[in-house]
Design a protein around this ligand. Sequence first.
Ligand code: IPE
Ligand code: IPE
Ligand code: MG
Length: 238
Amino acid sequence: MPAVTRDAKNIPEHVAIIMDGNGRWAKKRGLPRAAGHREGAKSLREVLKASREMGVKYLTVYAFSTENWGRPKEEIDFLMKLLSLTIDREVAELVKNGVRLRFLGRLDRFSDELRKKMKQAMDKTANGAGNTLNIMVNYGGRAEIVDAVNELIAERGKNGADEITEQDIQARLYTRDIPDPDLLIRTASEMRISNFLLWQVAYSEIYVTDVCWPDFRGEQFREAIAAYQQRERRYGKL
Ligand code: IPE
Ligand code: IPE
Ligand code: MG
């Protein structure tokens, strides 16, 4: 018997996740932070599987923020290595399962080698007709909005400044081709956005759990979806 009753009708189309608490998970166990990140990669695999099974079309996860460059070099190096290793390990399986994988963020900050690997992974999975996994790397919500505005300026030329609409910005976000998240999950207790999807979460339902990301697996994901299904979304109306 599943622990959580499932409502097959009201499944969110797009779920975004702030995958937090890898370091705390490791610390609790007397392990190096790297062990938490490694275990966290397994969680992503499990959560992607659960989201596919439930029919969630878009999964967008925060893997590395524009602020995370402020961490010790040793940790950054490990995260880059893990990213590269995870691509090597998982892409064939993603292709098999029809998952379209995208890395979104300011990719130019990564090494040529990693960038090439990300691009190859995106190319190989581009025709995935199942669900889409967006992995946000060197991502900042403010940077994304700035990039969108600069794209607009470049298109229009500095003098052709017609009034800008919300639609103009939306159409130039990294996530321009998908709907806004219905549900935003944050693991490891923190009740903040940490510069994630600032524009897109305007009306997302927020779910915060004490569970650290390495312990957040299919069961916890289904629990979050069940909580979402109890919410009433009003969009400012009555
Ligand atoms: C999330 O876990 C992973 C990244 C931000 C890369 P943390 O590394 O932030 O773990 P805590 O928050 O220190 O426990
Ligand atoms: C947000 O977590 C970034 C990612 C999960 C990649 P952080 O651990 O960096 O956020 P803060 O520092 O707690 O706000
Ligand atoms: Mg953290």
